[in-house]
Design a protein around this ligand. Structure first.
Ligand SMILES: [Ca+2]
Length: 326
C-alpha cells in the first residue's frame, strides 16, 4: 500500500510532540517535512523541540524547516507558558549547541510550497500551531491549497468556549488573520479538531499513567517532559477546562493527527462553512460555524464532533513505544 504523504506544521509544545510521535509510529505515513512556527514557544525553541522529538524516536532523517517567528499582523504575545517557556516543560537540560546546523536552510513556507508542488494532490498537511505558515503559503502560491490532498487543523472552537480567551482557542487567537485567510482561501478538503472537541473526548488520568509508564524511550521522554508541567497535573487542572468538560487528560494536537492517520477515529462531524471573527474585544479569534448558510460561502469544512476514544487511545499507546525494533 502506498504511504500517505504528510507535512506537519507545528509550534512544538508537549501535545505537538505527542502528535508528531503518533505520525512517526504510523506505518502508513511518510513524513516529508516538519515545518516550524512560533506559538507554544519562540520558533527557535520549536525547531529545537522538533529535533529532540525526532532524535528520541531515532528519525533524524526527516527534514525540519524554520518558519514564521511572529503573526501576520499583530505582535507575538506569548500569552501563557502552558507547556513551560521552552514548550517542552522546561526540564530538558542538555540542549544541542549545534541544533541550528540541523535545520534546513530553506524557509518553511518555501519548503511547503515546493514539496506540495512536487507531490500534487498527494500531501496531507497537518497544522498543529498558529496558521501563519499556511497563510503565507497561499500568498506565495495561490494554487497551493488546491494542490493539497487535504488539510487537518487543530484549532478554533465550535461552542463559543475558549481556553486563552473567553471564546477563543490558542492557535487561532495567536494569529487570527492567518486563521481567517486559511479558512477562507484553502478550498481543499479541510478537517478541524476544535478545542471543545478535544476536551469532550478526554482520556482518563488512569489512562495517562498507563501511557507514560510504558517501557520505551519515547514514553520515558514524554513522562519526563510532562512531569513538572501543570497542564499534565491532575490536581492543577481544576480550571476552566474541568469546569466546562469535567476532569481528564487531553492531548489536543493528537486528535487532528489521529484523524489524518486513521479516518475511523472520527465517528461524527458537522459539515458547514466556518469563519474566524477578526473584530471585537471578546470574540477576536473565535471560529463561528455557519449552519444556516448566512455567510453564503461556497466552501464547507468538516468540524469533528465525535471520536472513537478507544481507537484514539490505542494510537497514543503505540506512539510511545518508540523507537521500535528494527
Ligand atoms: Ca500545537
Amino acid at each position: 500500500m502506498a504511504k500517505k504523504l504528510m507535512i506537519i506544521d507545528t509550534d512544538c509544545g508537549i501535545d505537538d510532540a505527542q502528535a508528531i510521535m503518533m505520525a512517526l509510529a504510523a506505518p502508513n505515513v511518510h513524513i516529508l517535512a516538519v515545518t516550524c512556527v512560533f506559538g507554544n514557544a519562540a520558533v527557535d525553541n520549536v525547531c529545537q523541540n522538533v529535533l529532540t522529538v525526532l532524535s528520541v524516536c531515532e528519525r533524524q532523517g526527516i527534514p525540519v524547516f524554520r518558519g514564521s517567528a511572529v503573526p501576520l499582523v499583530t505582535v507575538y504575545d506569548h500569552i501563557q507558558d502552558h507547556f513551560g517557556s521552552d514548550g517542552l516543560g522546561d526540564v530538558i537540560k542538555d540542549k544541542d549547541p549545534k541544533w541550528e546546523e540541523k535545520i534546513q536552510k530553506e524557509h518553511a513556507v518555501n519548503a511547503m510550497v515546493r514539496l506540495v508542488s512536487e507531490n500534487q494532490n498527494q500531501v496531507s498537511l497537518v497544522a498543529l500551531g498558529p496558521l501563519t505558515n499556511l497563510a503565507l503559503a497561499v500568498r506565495l502560491d495561490p494554487h497551493f491549497p488546491q494542490k493539497l490532498k487535504d488539510l487537518y487543523i487543530m484549532g478554533g472552537n465550535m461552542e463559543g468556549k475558549g481556553n486563552v480567551r473567553l471564546c477563543g482557542e490558542f492557535n487561532f487567537v495567536m494569529d487570527p488573520e492567518s486563521a481567517y485567510v486559511v479558512l477562507e482561501e484553502f478550498l481543499c478538503q479541510t478537517f478541524i479538531a476544535t478545542w471543545e472537541f478535544s476536551c469532550r473526548n478526554a482520556l482518563t488520568w488512569e489512562f495517562f499513567e498507563e501511557l507514560m509508564n510504558q517501557d520505551a524511550p519515547a514514553a520515558r521522554f514524554m513522562k519526563m517532559i510532562t512531569s513538572k508541567c501543570w497542564a499534565y497535573s491532575k490536581e492543577a487542572m481544576k480550571n476552566k477546562r474541568d469546569i466546562y468538560f469535567g476532569p481528564g487528560f487531553v492531548s489536543y494536537d493528537s486528535y487532528a493527527m489521529a484523524a489524518c492517520i486513521d479516518g475511523s477515529v472520527v465517528t461524527e462531524s458537522v459539515e458547514c462553512p466556518v469563519r474566524v471573527e477578526l473584530q471585537g474585544s471578546m470574540a477576536r479569534g473565535m471560529m463561528v460555524l455557519d449552519r444556516t448558510d448566512e455567510l453564503k460561502k461556497s466552501h464547507s469544512v468538516s468540524v469533528f464532533s465525535k471520536c472513537d476514544v478507544a481507537r484514539f487511545g490505542q494510537l497514543l499507546m503505540e506512539s510511545l513505544r518508540q523507537p521500535g525494533i528494527k
